[in-house]
Design a protein around this ligand. Structure first.
Ligand code: URA
Length: 432
């Protein structure tokens, strides 16, 4: 017997719910016995009252039990590692980390999502590669990870259906940015997908859910506890999302930058994050190496071309054309010029992300189609010195009108000043 009104009321009044009650609510919602309006009220009660650590674990566990789980490790006969980012602007990290880790002999099987709003989705980026199939069956996915070393696919419908429903509901009821709900949403998917070791990348700053390092640390600690309670090894990086990551923001343009990085020619901040994540994944893997040796092997795989080879094998195995000349190119390109001499004091991640969305690179609603060719290249980043008339950014657009609008948005996103801003590294802290 489901009593959602009573549970909503008790949570509204600040009471703790039992594990059975949370399970009843989640399974009732997934079977459509609990309607959206009651679940929305429950999410809002959680938004204001929060969940205890025990409740957060019980919610995560109930969400996992709403669908299938995969034991990738036993299907492959290897320890499987995974990474997850909370989402940001220009975040193409998995695209570079996967082939580098695979080239080092560690299987990398990842299920990713699509972007909404100013944050891009890994699947949308991959779909700019002609022929790339994001929807492999589970058997094909496991075979490809075993035979080719890596695969990145869309999440199968059977994995954590409760999150699919709940995330859509939270998105339209102003209840996304609640710590326990975010932690349960992310970790339910990671735990159900079966990785034994997980590197989490919690983004901090303007373009992230977590605006402050304190909030990011709390989210990281919550996810770490959920993972460890479920018997997994977890490391959590807190990384900068005050400005876009790397130079490229869009889809095909991010795929190009990810490949450049796999070849050792990527932007400094993005390369640092990729190599750091690879080192930690290798240290968590069954290779029996520490982070220092992991970093050395990741750098060697980039330098000797084996990471690029792994990229080609992966893209081809998934039906895509590995030749970067096959990626779509925007017909209109326009440079955004510095209006004065100075330092780049700020480059707002949300403003750049929104400019890319307005060009057509992202979605405003779930139904929107994406233009894979368009986007932005941030040629100057925070701390760079620029001279008047020097290009700050390049707009990649479908037509002159959208290019002109993006140019104005990007000019507003760059704040120039006479003095240099304080240094802010890409890797801000580690929670482990
Ligand atoms: N990413 C997720 O998968 N879920 C959230 O709630 C927030 C970010």
């Amino acid at each position: 017997m489901i009593r959602p009104a009573e549970l909503i009321q008790r949570k509204r009044d600040g009471e703790e719910l039992s594990n059975d009650e949370l399970e009843e609510l989640i399974l009732g919602y997934t079977s459509f016995d609990v309607p959206d309006y009651q679940m929305a009220a429950f999410c809002m009660a959680v938004y204001f009252r929060g969940l205890s650590p025990r409740e957060t674990f019980a919610l995560t566990d109930a969400m996992i039990r709403s669908g299938e789980t995969i034991d990738l490790g036993s299907q492959l006969g290897r320890k499987v590692v995974d990474k997850h980012s909370t989402g940001g602007v220009g975040d193409k990290t998995s695209l570079s980390v996967g082939p580098i880790v695979a080239a080092c002999g560690v299987p990398f099987g990842k299920m990713s999502g699509r972007g909404l709003g100013h944050t891009g989705g890994t699947l949308d980026k991959l779909e700019s590669i002609p022929g790339y199939r994001t929807e492999l069956g589970l058997g094909e996915f496991v075979d490809q990870v075993r035979d080719v070393g890596m695969a990145i696919i869309g999440q199968t419908g059977d994995l954590v259906p409760a999150d699919k429903l709940l995330y859509g509901l939270r998105d339209v009821t102003a209840t996304v940015d609640q710590m326990s709900l975010i932690a349960a949403s992310i970790m339910s998917k990671k735990l159900a997908a079966g990785a034994q070791a997980i590197v989490l990348d919690v983004k901090v700053g303007d373009g992230a859910f977590m605006k402050t390092i304190e909030d990011a640390r709390q989210l990281g600690t919550t996810m770490l506890s959920l993972g460890r309670e479920a018997g997994r090894e977890v490391v959590c990086l807190l990384t900068d999302m005050d400005q876009p990551l790397g130079a490229a923001v869009g889809n095909a343009v991010e795929v190009r930058e990810a490949l450049d990085t796999v070849r050792g020619r990527g932007p400094a901040d993005f390369t640092e994050l990729v190599l750091d994540a690879c080192a930690r994944l290798l240290a968590l893997s069954d290779l029996g190496v520490d982070e220092v040796e992991g970093r050395r092997r990741a750098e060697a795989a980039v330098a000797d071309g084996s990471a690029e080879e792994a990229w080609r094998r992966w893209i081809a195995a998934q039906g895509g054309d590995p030749d970067e000349r096959a990626l779509p190119v925007a017909p209109v390109q326009r440079e955004v010029l510095a209006p004065a001499d100075g330092f780049v004091r700020r480059l707002g991640a949300i403003a750049v992300g929104n400019a890319a969305v307005h060009l057509g690179a992202g979605r405003r609603t779930k139904e929107d189609a994406i233009d894979h060719a368009v986007g932005v290249l941030c040629l100057a980043k925070r701390g760079d010195t620029v001279e008047q008339g020097q290009p700050l950014a390049r707009v990649l657009a479908r037509d002159d009108e959208s290019a002109a609008a993006a140019e104005a948005e990007l000019l507003a996103a760059y704040e120039l000043a006479d003095d240099a801003p304080p240094e802010r590294p890409v890797l801000l802290d580690v929670v482990d």
